[in-house]
Every structure is written in structure tokens, then in C-alpha cells.
Write a protein that binds this ligand. Sequence first.
Ligand code: UD2
Length: 299
Amino acid sequence: AKAAVNPQPEPWPEIAGRLVVNKWRRDVLTVTPWLAPIVWAGTFDPDIIDEAVKHQNLTIATTVFAVAKYTRFLRDFLETAEKHYMVGLSVHFYIFTDQPNAVPTNVTMAAGRRVSVIKVPKFSRWQEISMRRMEFIEKAIEEDIRHKANYIFCVDVDMQFHSRVGAEILGRLVAVLNPWLHKSNRDNFSYERGTVSTAHIPVGKGDFYYAGGFFGGAVGEVHDLVKACRANLEADRAVKVEARWQEESHVNRYLLTNKPTKVLSPEYIWDEELGSGGAEIQVIRYATVRKNMKEVREN
Ligand code: UD2
């Protein structure tokens, strides 16, 4: 005889008196095929997460580059970070800039949070600035960050925080779904397709298209990532190729082999040009600032 099928859905279980939160998100993928969580609003409980990390005494290094005209974004970046980014945790911002004097000094930071400024040269092309980030992060990890922080996140500066970006993003190797391509078929991902580049990913391969403007994780894991990307960027330069999306292409290639242990939804790297997004975007946490690309990239 056939087992009776229960027409009633099972009630969702409770943990610590709260409903298991995944019930809220059946509209999006919340776990990768290799069992890494994909973080969307409604898949986690911020209070439980904050409680869980409170006693761990974590320090989170956060790197940001502000070269040439991009120093103009620093104030809003830092001010909004104080409101929404890792609130209650120790954050050490590392600002890489060619103009240390342009770093705002009067942003009020909460206890345990601070800024270090690292001087870098002003490169002539914006692509160069974008790519050379890897080698500067690698060096800063080796010389300083690995002695001081548990986690490191490397983010774009022409952005503002609008809502919580907290300890839910912590993991060994963390990447974010690029908001332009999170609903695309993988053959439309803008991976580097040329076979000469070390960032090459053939059609038919690839999991997600990750953003270059936000990655992170445990310091050792991120060191491996930036080191590998830096070496591959150099190998490409030696044969005079530049991957389609510069270091973003290399990050994508690295993460194909080295699967992230946590993936963040596009809530964590939204682009204002996409408007408010589809119904699956319930909250925008970190988003680009509208800018005149041509004007701001002209040195
Ligand atoms: C995308 C990626 C970016 C990078 C780039 C590669 C996202 C949100 N952004 O950015 O991470 O992979 O494509 O082409 O996925 N910068 C300066 N001064 C300059 C130019 C750039 O400081 O003159 C720094 C700054 O930190 C900026 C970052 O480089 O946030 C990336 O440059 P972008 O924001 O102009 O590039 P975008 O938005 O095309």
C-alpha cells in the first residue's frame, strides 16, 4: 500500500524560539551546489548572528582604494560604514591612496574602529588602478594585516552602505554575486573567454559571476586569492593580454577552482543603475554611487 501523503505542509521547526528563517526565501537559490550558503535577507537572523560573534573578539580588516578622483567617495563610504558595516565589531580600514591628505580625518568612528592610510602611486589608467589592487593587498596582508586581523574584506570605494552588512558575511572565502548577472544563464556570464589569458573560463564552465568589487574571508584564504590573481595578472601582462574585466575576471577564474565557502546575494553589491531590482531584492545594503564614469576616470 502507498504511504498516505500528508496534504498539510509540515510546520516549520523552531530554533531558540524563532522560526527557521529559510522558510521566507523560496524564490531564490539559498545554497550553492557545493553546499555554501547564499546570503539573502530572510535567510539569517541578525540577532542570533551578532550574539554568536560577540565573544569572539574579531578584528575585520577592510581595504579600499581611493586613487586620483576617487578620494571624493571616501567620506560617504566611511560615514555610511559607521552606520551599517560590522556595527559593534572592530574594523580596521586600510585606505590606499595617492593623496593621503585627501583622506577625511574628522569622521567619527566608534570605539575599536580605525583607519590606516597607505600611499600608492597614481597610475595612469583606471584599469591599472583596478588591477594593481591585488598586489598592494597582498603586500599589506604580509606586512601588517595577518598579524592584526581575523578576516579581511576588499571593497570598491565608489559605494555607500544603506543597510546592515554584518557578521553574516564572515566565512573562510566569501564572494558576492554580481548584480548585473545574477539571473543570467552561465554562458552569458562576462568571463574572460580568450584562451591566452590565465583568467580564461570556457563556455559551459563556471558557477556564478562574482563581483570584483567585494570579496573577502579569513586572512590566509584571501592572501592565497590575491597572490594567485596578482601572479596571473602578471602572466597576462607578459603576453600583453588584459582580461575582459581586469581583476574581476581573475577573481572569477580563481573562485571556479577554489569554491567560496559563502556567497553573498547582490544585496551586498547593488548597482544604482539597476534601480530597485526585481522582487527578490528585498533590501539594498551596499550600492554604487551614481557617477559620471568618463569624468571620474579621467586623470
Ligand atoms: C567593476 C568592479 C571593480 C573592478 C572593475 C574592473 C564591481 C562593483 N566593481 O568596477 O571591482 O573589478 O570593474 O574593471 O564589481 N579606483 C580608483 N581610482 C580610479 C579608478 C578606480 O581609486 O581612478 C578604484 C576604486 O576603489 C574603485 C575601484 O578601483 O571603486 C574600481 O573601479 P570602478 O569602480 O571605476 O570600476 P567599475 O565600477 O567598472
